[in-house]
Structure formats: C-alpha cells, structure tokens
Design a protein around this ligand. Structure first.
Ligand code: C2E
Ligand code: CA
Ligand code: CA
Ligand code: CA
Length: 280
C-alpha cells in the first residue's frame, strides 16, 4: 500500500509538472500571438424569441489557433491569461476589435443594435478600463449603447464590494452590463437589485434541462419574472432546439442565443447574416 501511495504521488507530481510546463508554453505563445495579431474574434447572434429573424445583437468570442499548440479553446487560455495578467492587454484588444468590427458594419449601413464583450474578473481590477473603453468608442464613432459588457455572476459576487465603483463608472458611460451565466452563482434578488446591471443571461445549464428537470423550468420562469420586475432584459444562452425556444418565448424571455440560431462565426460571416436579416 505504501509503495502504491508513493507511486500515486509520483504520478501526481508528474501531472503537476506537465501542467505547469503546458501553462508556461501557453503563456509564451500567447504573448507572441498578441504581438503578431493572431487572435480572432468570432460572433454569435442574439435573436428575439418573438421573431428570430431579427438580430438583436451578437456576442464577441475569442478564437486562437496557434501554429505550435493548435487550436486552444478560450476557457483554457482565458484561465492562463487571468493568472498571468495577460488578460488586461488581451481584453483591451477584444474591446478595440469589437468596436472596429461594429463600426465597419455600421459604415456599410448594416444594422446591429449592440455587440456584447466578455470581461473577466481581473479586468475589473484595472481602473483604466472605463477610459480604455470610452476611448475605443470615441475612436470608432460609436455610441456607448452599442456595447454591452458580460460579467459572470460569480465574478460579480466575488468582487462585489471592490469593483462596484468601477462597475458604476462603466454603467455611467452608458454601456449595458449583462450578468453572464446567471443562476449558477447563488446571488440573491436583493444583491442583483443593487448592482448597475441591465441584462440577465440565463445559464445554458438551465436551458439544457428544461424538459428533464421541472426545477429548471420553474427557475427559468422565476428568473424572467424577477428580471422584468427589475426592468432587466433576459437572454437565454445555449438554445439548441425549437422546443426550448418555444418554451422561452411563451414564458417571456426576451432574447435567445445558441446553436439553434447560429454557431459563433467569423466577422465576415456575421456581416453576411446582417445583410440578409430584416431591419430591426
Ligand atoms: P460564455 O461567455 O458563457 O460564452 C458562451 C459559450 O457557449 C461559447 O463558448 C459559445 O460558443 C458556447 N455556445 C453558444 N451557443 C451554444 C449552444 O447552443 N450549445 C452549446 N453547447 N454551447 C454554446 P466558447 O466560445 O468556447 O467560450 C467559452 C468561454 O470563454 C466563454 O463562455 C467565456 O467565459 C470565455 N470567453 C470567450 N471569449 C472571451 C473574451 O473575449 N474575454 C473573456 N474574458 N472571456 C471570453
Ligand atoms: Ca458570455
Ligand atoms: Ca454565458
Ligand atoms: Ca460559461
């Protein structure tokens, strides 16, 4: 048993070592990718549940294909970016690129009400964020209502006290603020009420289980009712079937996002979708 324990420990140490090596590789390649402009933004449309031909917005999602490491999913490299602080320059790039893409679509006469950009916890510690965002909007001639920031419920709850002034500054600029992955972070109605937010994005896990878990049905109905009392818009994420969409529409959820409507696509592909969509 002793022998086995020692082996287990060795395997574990080996695992940690490999993991650390991988992380530092990702970090090195990420710095290079930032310098060389190797990151890309893809976009996933948000549509109205009442009329899914209408594109009400799009979420910007980072994509990275590295020549040495291959394609790395954002969940993975965002973690490393957070730990190393690289998320700050990367996040600045995302804001700049989203504004640039949006301005290009508008210059072409294409209509899209807003683009949502994910903001991670570390970025909310950087008090330059409101100015960086204001400058990007100005540079591209965009009104603040064109941008919505998505912050996860967990981040909002963890950072509640510390980042409230920054959050308020962002909101005062006029940009929208969405609570991402809502329902997973155990926040209470009274806490949400005091945050300067404009949108609740119902986490994908609830949408997935609509027809297998009666609790999830009840939770979605309660979230939508609560959101509307607080005058917040509701978005359902991860909508994959027409039945899920029908349930969300019938229960008053405003917007829907998911593979049912479109997978995240390149900026060019989103432009083509906008060209084909009826005007809002
Ligand atoms: P998220 O913000 O919750 O983004 C939604 C994720 O769900 C995206 O994964 C999207 O591709 C995926 N998705 C959309 N519709 C469906 C569906 O119908 N079914 C399923 N199964 N999945 C769907 P993705 O692009 O891999 O991004 C993962 C996470 O990485 C994001 O989760 C977000 O937390 C983070 N992320 C992505 N881009 C950025 C960024 O620019 N900045 C920051 N800070 N985080 C980002
Ligand atoms: Ca998001
Ligand atoms: Ca989400
Ligand atoms: Ca998520």
């Amino acid at each position: 048993a002793k022998q086995q324990g020692r082996e287990g420990l060795a395997i574990y140490e080996n695992h940690l070592e490999r993991r650390a090596t991988y992380r530092s590789q990702v970090e090195t390649r990420m710095r290079l990718a930032l310098e060389q402009g190797a990151f890309e933004l893809h976009y996933q449309p948000l549509v109205r549940t009442q009329d899914t031909n209408r594109i009400a917005g799009a979420e910007a999602l980072l994509r990275w294909h590295d020549k040495e490491l291959g394609t790395i999913p954002p969940d993975e490299f965002i973690d490393v970016a957070e730990e190393t602080g690289l998320i700050v320059p990367l996040g600045d790039w995302v804001l700049e690129q989203a504004c640039r893409d949006l301005a290009a679509w508008r210059a072409e006469g294409l209509h899209i009400p807003r683009v949502s950009v994910n903001v991670s916890g570390h970025q909310l510690l950087d008090d330059r964020l409101p100015r960086t965002l204001a400058q990007a909007l100005k540079r591209h001639g965009l009104p603040p209502t064109a941008i919505e920031l998505e912050i996860t419920e967990t981040t909002l709850m963890e950072r509640e006290k510390g980042s409230l002034p920054l959050l308020q500054q962002l909101r005062d600029l006029g940009v929208g603020i969405a609570v991402d992955d809502f329902g997973t972070g155990y926040s209470s109605l009274s806490k949400i009420k005091h945050l300067p937010v404009t949108v609740l994005k119902i986490d994908r896990s609830f949408i997935q289980d609509i027809f297998t878990d009666d609790n999830d049905k009840a939770i979605i109905i309660a979230i939508v009712a609560m959101a509307h009392q607080l005058q917040l818009r509701t978005v359902a994420e991860g909508v994959e079937t027409p039945e899920q969409l029908a349930f969300l529409r019938d229960n008053g959820c405003d917007l829907s996002q998911g593979y049912l409507h479109s997978r995240p696509c390149s900026a060019t592909a989103l432009r083509d979708l906008l060209r084909a969509a009826p005007r809002d």
